[in-house]
Design a protein around this ligand. Structure first.
Ligand SMILES: Nc1ncnc2c1ncn2[C@@H]1O[C@H](COP(=O)(O)OP(=O)(O)O)[C@@H](O)[C@H]1O
Ligand SMILES: [Mg+2]
Length: 231
């Protein structure tokens, strides 16, 4: 920033096992988003390297990285980041537009995904006509449209009430159970009960890591059940 040099991350050395559910915690400004965006290829490291399934994404050019992101990763943000002029269905189908799939097929797949997150009846709704929790479900469906192996979520429950937030956590957990690798930045400790790994950042450094044998089961009656079926 101007003349001030800010080191957002320093010396983070980390292996994320395939099929794991990693929760990233730490105070505001500790580098959580930066770490997630580096792994997701939305940001580039000034030094060091990031390898995903053996591919060094830190050395890819912009085009290669864009293709890589689209095929291999799904992003979920705190602010949902839906396109306000598009319906739920169009938002979900949108990232597939660049995959060379015919429109009819794209919408069919988007419809299936909306049904899986419990929003088949909201396909024609625009973001302003949906609650925060519904918008985040649309965003999750959109993140899945190109069938990525890696799901990255930056404070996905940060704008939701605690009950709605919990249903989003359950959805993310279902993605993990279905075999995907999931990384979630959150301040909500309830998310850790779904995690196989928890890492803690402080001032850009990885200060603690925990690993669990297996993610604990979803506790009963914690809140209302998720609307969707298993993903
Ligand atoms: N684009 C940027 N320009 C300058 N500083 C930034 C930028 N993005 C993040 N930072 C700084 O980097 C540090 C880590 O930020 P961030 O990764 O957003 O933290 P967190 O997500 O844990 O709140 C903070 O000190 C933040 O102010
Ligand atoms: Mg952040």
């Amino acid at each position: 920033m101007g003349r001030n040099k800010i080191q957002a991350l320093a010396g983070v050395d980390l292996v994320i096992p395939p099929g794991s559910f990693t929760v990233i915690m730490g105070p505001s400004g500790s580098g959580k988003s930066t770490l997630l965006y580096l792994i997701g290829g939305l940001d580039r490291p000034t030094s060091g390297s990031i390898r995903i399934s053996g591919d060094d994404i830190s050395s890819m050019d912009e085009n290669a990285l864009a293709v890589y992101r689209r095929k291999k990763m799904g992003f979920i943000f705190q602010q949902f980041n839906l396109v306000s002029s598009m319906t739920a269905l169009e938002n979900v189908a949108f990232p597939m537009r660049f995959a060379g799939v015919p429109g009819k097929q794209r919408l069919q797949r988007a419809r299936e995904l909306l049904a899986k997150v419990g929003l088949d009846k909201h396909a024609r709704h625009r973001p302003t006509e949906m609650s925060g929790g519904q918008q985040q479900r649309v965003a999750i469906a959109r993140a899945l449209i190109n069938e990525p192996g890696l799901i990255l979520a930056d404070e996905p429950t940060g704008n939701l009430d605690t009950v709605t937030g919990y249903t989003i956590m359950q959805l993310l957990s279902e993605l993990h159970t279905a075999g995907r690798t999931v990384m979630v930045v959150t301040h909500d400790v309830r998310m850790t009960r779904f995690a196989t790994h928890v890492i803690y950042l402080l001032d850009g450094k990885l200060v603690e890591r925990e690993q669990f044998e297996a993610a604990s089961q979803i506790p009963e009656a914690a809140t209302q059940p998720s609307e969707g079926t298993t993903l």
